[in-house]
Design a protein around this ligand. Structure first.
Ligand code: CU
Length: 653
């Protein structure tokens, strides 16, 4: 057995290996023995692949894979989940990572709001991502995450990124899935109520680019544009912007000015179309006006034409923003041959719009209508080519599914699953049968199954359901009310995320999971999609101190920099001197390379706390405003001598 300090992509699965791994993380770091588990102890265990992974898989684990039934949600002690779930967590403002099918919460990834655990919003690096005022304070302390979607290659998840929106402050965050951290946040200009998002699945212009290059963002609250305090009582001046963000640079590419609002967003598998549901085609500013029309719309954008218009300079700008804005209002887009967008009508106040995994249809959920509207994408493209008499001819089915349809997911076997908010049910229905019925055969019943859920379901997502690889194994549903399902905890109830086995004809309710309010959307995929890294590459950090001999204090007037390393159970330096009035920057590199050997760094009275993972560097900058001895110490249990891991900041009186 050769001891090695390198890291690995796969979860540990051997009992012996894991025990040794725990010991090495908790004790051996100090000796600088960079020991982790012996390589031989580590075997891959990846979802259905675990059965083929050799000694990693127990019989039960293999049975729980994806073949021949979703299996049990009962993950035995020491066993790993077969799927990841990435959850948006609503107005707690972060992203959660769950193990599926157990529902165990594994991680929270902060993005829009400060996080006390890892020091998000305290370190210089996280502040730079979040955005600050000129005085260095955070611009925003609140966020409202709604929709989370992953990056694609060839119509399936590539495991690189997820994106998530902040509805309150119109921000789009990107999360790197290798380290599971937020690395960029983009503020959308002139947008209020940023709600739906969806990455494209391939390039709309270059057919050779078969991966995500853009993220589309919908604005739900229409405002006078520009929103400068004029025209506040003239609804004709109110518009929304549909925004395209470059998924690589995270810069805003263009915006489209539209009538009415944007609700959820979807993209086609061929990259050509993006769409948003609209529930306020009336352009009303009061509740009653928004309810007036019997049919609203799904608004389709022809991305290639929009980008050609941007290139040709057929754009305007708004206020201080330099982002080019194209005109996608209804009156400016009547001619199919030149139109940048088109509305297909859907009944009253629709909500979700979801792309079927075969790439053929968008399905709009009716909300106030008990129907889903199936729109054939080729027919929408035909309209743009002048080959379809009216855009509504792209509607190929409108099945009645039940009361309050909100969102739809898919099993890859031709079935759709729609949440019914008012009925507290999920309706499973067959898309082809719905199309045949709409075409005239009234004897056909497209409804396959209905099941009660507890209670008032919103988002729904099946494993790989928004990819070409929809596998119809598990399906999660986010219920907005849990009512009597859990022990009472005062007035604030948890919500109830339920898991269903959808491998058979009948849906089977498998698991209740109490969750802190309030998750919205989520995606579920097999664990072998992800290859996360457990130890940072120290070279990712320009400020890293790679050698303890490079640590120490440097003073330039009142600006003081302390370069520090952590190596269990010590900091280097273990003390330093500063003066009242100094602006102190501490740059801390965790040079421990042992997996799970995360250190904390806190300074009493100075509001400093953050974590450094193995190989990671973080920095904080703050004013020294009080004299005394201040013990900085490790907050994250790291070693048998963890409590001794501390040092002194000496501030002269
Ligand atoms: Cu420590």
């Amino acid at each position: 057995m050769s001891h090695t300090s390198d890291t690995h992509d796969q979860p540990l699965s051997s009992g012996i290996g894991r025990r040794r791994f725990l010991n090495s993380a908790a004790v051996l770091g100090a000796a600088g023995v960079g020991l982790v588990a012996c390589k031989e102890d580590r075997t891959a265990g990846g979802g259905a692949a675990s059965a083929a992974g050799g000694k990693a898989a127990s019989g039960a684990d293999a049975a729980r894979g994806n073949v021949g039934g979703a299996g049990s949600v009962d993950i035995k002690p020491g066993q790993l989940d077969t799927h990841y779930g990435i959850w948006s967590s609503g107005h707690t403002g972060d992203v959660r990572v769950l193990g599926i099918p157990s529902g165990r919460e594994l991680l929270r990834i902060p993005c829009f709001v400060p996080d006390a655990l890892i020091g998000w919003g305290i370190t210089n690096e996280s502040k730079a991502v979040m955005g600050t005022n000129p005085d260095g304070s955070l611009k925003y302390h609140v966020g409202d995450t709604h929709h989370v979607h992953g990056s694609y290659k060839d119509g399936v998840y590539d495991g690189k990124y997820v994106w998530i929106n902040d509805k309150i402050n119109a921000r789009l965050a990107r999360i790197r899935l290798d380290y599971m951290v937020c690395d960029k946040i983009t503020k959308l200009p002139n947008v209020q109520g940023f709600h739906g998002i969806f990455p494209d699945k391939r390039d709309p212009v270059d057919p050779k680019i078969n991966y995500t290059t853009r993220v589309f963002c919908g604005q739900e609250f229409h405002v006078p544009l520009p929103n400068n305090g004029k025209n506040t009582n003239d609804p004709k001046q109110y518009h929304c912007l549909f925004t395209c963000v470059d998924s690589n640079s995270m810069k805003v590419k263009w915006q489209a000015r539209i009538d009415g609002n944007c609700d959820l967003v979807a993209t086609s598998y061929d990259g050509k179309l993006a769409a948003t549901n609209q529930y306020n085609t009336e352009n009303g500013v009061h509740y009653q006006e928004m309810m007036a029309a019997e049919r609203d719309a799904c608004l389709f954008f022809h991305i290639e034409r929009i980008e050609a218009a941007v290139k040709a300079g057929k754009t305007t700008t708004l206020g201080d923003s330099k982002v080019p804005v194209v005109d996608c209002t209804v009156d400016a887009n009547k001619d199919p041959k030149t139109a940048l967008c088109v509305r297909v009508s859907v009944p009253k106040n629709p909500h979700g719009v979801n792309a079927s995994p075969d790439g053929k249809y968008f399905i709009c959920s009716g909300k106030l209508s008990p129907t889903c509207t199936v729109i054939e994408l080729q027919k929408v493209l035909d309209w743009f080519d002048g080959k379809l008499a009216s855009p509504d001819k792209a509607i190929v089915a409108e099945p009645e599914v039940g009361l309050g349809p909100l969102h739809t997911t898919f099993d890859g076997r031709g079935n759709a699953y729609t949440t019914l908010f008012l009925d507290s049910q999920i309706c499973k229905w067959n898309i082809d049968k719905a199309i045949k019925k709409y075409a005239g055969d009234k004897t056909i019943n497209p409804i396959v199954d209905k099941i009660d859920v507890m209670y008032q379901p919103g988002h729904i997502s099946a494993t790989h359901g928004e990819t070409r690889a929809a596998d119809g194994v598990w399906m999660a549903v986010g219920n907005k009310f849990s009512k009597d399902r859990f022990l009472p905890v005062g007035p604030m109830h948890p919500e109830n995320d339920q898991l269903l086995d959808i491998t058979g004809d009948k849906m089977i309710l498998a698991h209740d999971n109490a969750v802190r309010p309030e998750p919205h959307d989520f995606i579920l995929f097999k664990r072998d999609v992800l290859h996360t890294k457990q130890v940072y590459d120290i070279n990712e950090f320009p400020l890293a101190t790679k050698d303890p001999k490079d640590t120490g204090l440097k003073r330039e007037g009142h600006k003081v920099t302390v370069r520090m390393t952590s190596q269990a159970p010590t900091y280097n330096p273990a003390e330093f001197n500063v003066k009242v009035g100094d602006e102190l920057t501490i740059i801390l590199t965790n040079i421990d390379k042992v997996e799970d050997l995360t250190h904390g760094f806190a300074i009493p009275e100075y509001n400093i706390q953050f974590l450094v993972n193995p190989g990671e560097t973080k920095s904080v900058t703050f004013k020294i405003d009080k004299p005394g001895v201040f013990w900085y110490y490790c907050t994250n249990f790291c070693h048998a001598l963890h409590l001794e891991m501390r040092g002194r900041m000496l501030v002269e009186g």
